[in-house]
Write a protein that binds this ligand. Structure first.
Ligand SMILES: Cc1cc2nc3c(=O)[nH]c(=O)nc-3n(C[C@H](O)[C@H](O)[C@H](O)COP(=O)(O)OP(=O)(O)OC[C@H]3O[C@@H](n4cnc5c(N)ncnc54)[C@H](O)[C@@H]3O)c2cc1C
Length: 463
């Protein structure tokens, strides 16, 4: 094997593997370095895919127990086979990671197995071997952020990685952090029978999302049995005889109390991962949060070294990493490449789902942008009623003067799919009226999006 490449990508997550494949499609000679035994990064191995597999399985379990009787489907003696559920999740992961390996072969991307280290501009070391490349792409992703006083052992005190692997349903699961990962995995274990409490530093859930949606989300999850302790901070955790004692204090000050948990999930966010890459030696600049600093074309301060995905600024999302991977590959091949950060959707895959794109109402207020709001509840949507899933609403925010859609926030059934229409609308600079005038199939959940767009102008029909 020749050791000279046009592009060497370090990390095979959705940023890295997509960048490698696109660069190879464009005729470049590409290698991708991955230290994990399988390709696909956090997303495919310990993130998006296994979590969605367990969310889907646990949703089926909970629906069989609680919802089907209403439809006249009587199932008695519903039992959980957790080992089988976990095995299925592992099979889903295996199929996905093998898929990436297949795509590498198909596109002639060389997988350099091992830990990559940048030895200097144009030089990457993997173990004892050194390879050269015109362009080096850092796509090393992120890791779970630590919390002082809480030592992870991935058995009793786990990150998302351990929470995806539990071999029993904990009696009491305490989740530290009311963000996306904590609430998704908290939902999984709640549905499977655990008592779940969430301790959150802020006075609200899913920070960064629209506040009204977050409030409704909290109410719905509370109805599902999840307990919330907002405005509280965890200051310590001790493990004794297989039981975790957490010390929790109100953020505003006041007496500390103890919470006893069988398992604690630490989910206070993720941070860029650059350990062992040799960035300090090469002089690649990092920001205060430890992320690689890049310009609008993903270039670092060192010529020939680029970075994409979770390791740089922006939302830590697989599709954001993928789009950056494609844009960078195209730029490296001498083509235009661009990511529109105004149109990146974010989805929480709980039930109901929460999906958003663009600005929140809070952001518009802070930026002094005049806007109009159109809202439509799923209680007034025929399809949602037929499904028996009427929790939630669609909220569209449009510029007061031009009617251009600035943001959309949905909580409700299949919100993650529904949001795609509004992402497309934003990408094409559409107005709320544009969406309102598009013919939507009946009866569909999408009609709620159309009605919310109509509601921006105060003319929703079905409410
Ligand atoms: C539980 C969980 C659920 C999630 N769910 C979603 C979701 O539903 N939707 C969504 O959009 N996002 C989700 N995410 C976030 C998503 O996984 C990340 O945004 C995405 O994986 C980032 O991709 P990346 O390519 O930047 O890095 P990563 O996927 O983190 O991949 C980086 C890779 O680089 C490798 N690496 C690091 N250093 C080196 C080195 N020196 N040499 C060789 N290899 C190296 C690592 O082993 C890793 O495989 C979730 C994350 C978690 C943890």
């Amino acid at each position: 094997m020749s050791d000279a490449f046009d592009v060497i990508v370090i990390g095979s997550g959705p940023g890295g593997y997509v960048c490698a494949i696109r660069a190879a499609q464009l005729g470049l000679k590409v290698a991708c370095v991955e230290k994990r035994a399988t390709l696909g990064g956090t997303c495919l191995n310990i993130g998006c895919i296994p979590s969605k597999a367990l969310l889907h399985s646990s949703e089926n379990f909970a629906a069989t127990q609680h919802d089907w009787a209403e439809h006249g489907i009587i199932v008695e003696g519903v039992k959980l086979d957790l080992a089988r559920m976990q095995a299925r999740k592992d099979d889903v992961v295996t199929a996905n990671v093998r898929g990436v390996e297949f795509l590498f072969k198909k596109n002639k991307v060389t997988w350099l197995k091992g830990e990559g280290r940048i030895a200097g501009p144009g030089r990457v070391r993997v173990g004892e071997a050194e390879y050269t490349a015109k362009h080096i792409v850092i796509a090393t992703g992120s890791e779970s952020s630590p919390l002082a006083g809480v030592v992870v052992d991935e058995k009793r005190i786990v990150t998302s990685t351990g929470a995806l692997e539990l071999d029993h349903v904990p009696g009491h699961l305490v989740v530290i952090g009311g963000g996306v990962i904590g609430l998704e995995l908290g939902s999984v274990w709640r549905r499977l029978g655990a008592r779940v409490s969430v301790v959150e530093f802020l006075d609200r859930l899913i920070p960064g999302n629209d506040g009204e949606i977050a409030k409704q989300f909290e109410r719905i999850l509370a109805r599902q049995g999840i307990k919330f302790r907002l405005s509280c901070k965890v200051t310590g955790a001790t493990v004794n005889d297989g039981v975790v004692t957490l010390t929790v204090e109100p953020v505003a000050g006041g007496a500390a109390e103890e919470i006893i948990a069988d398992v604690v999930l630490l989910a206070v966010g993720r941070r860029a991962f650059t350990e062992g890459l040799g960035l300090a030696e090469v002089g690649v600049a990092l920001d205060r949060a430890g992320r690689v600093v890049t310009d609008g074309h993903f270039a670092t301060n060192i010529p020939g070294i680029y970075a994409i995905g979770d390791v740089i600024a922006g939302p830590m999302l697989a599709h954001k990493a993928e789009d950056e991977g494609v844009a960078l590959a195209e730029l490296l091949a001498g083509k235009p490449g661009h990511v529109n950060y105004e149109a990146i959707p974010g989805v929480v895959y709980t039930w109901p789902e929460v999906a958003s794109v663009g600005r929140t109402e809070e952001q518009l207020k802070a930026e002094n942008i005049a806007y109009r709001v159109g809202k439509f509840p799923f209680t007034a949507n025929g399809r949602a009623r037929a499904m028996g899933c009427t929790d939630g609403f669609v909220k569209i925010l449009a510029d007061k003067t031009t009617d251009r859609i600035l943001g959309c926030h949905i909580i409700g059934p299949d919100a993650g799919t529904l949001i795609a229409e509004v992402v497309t609308a934003i990408e094409f600079g559409a107005s709320a009226e544009d969406v309102a005038r598009i013919c939507h199939a009946h009866p569909s959940l999408n009609e709620a999006v159309k009605e919310a767009a109509l509601a921006v102008d105060g003319r929703a029909i079905h409410i």
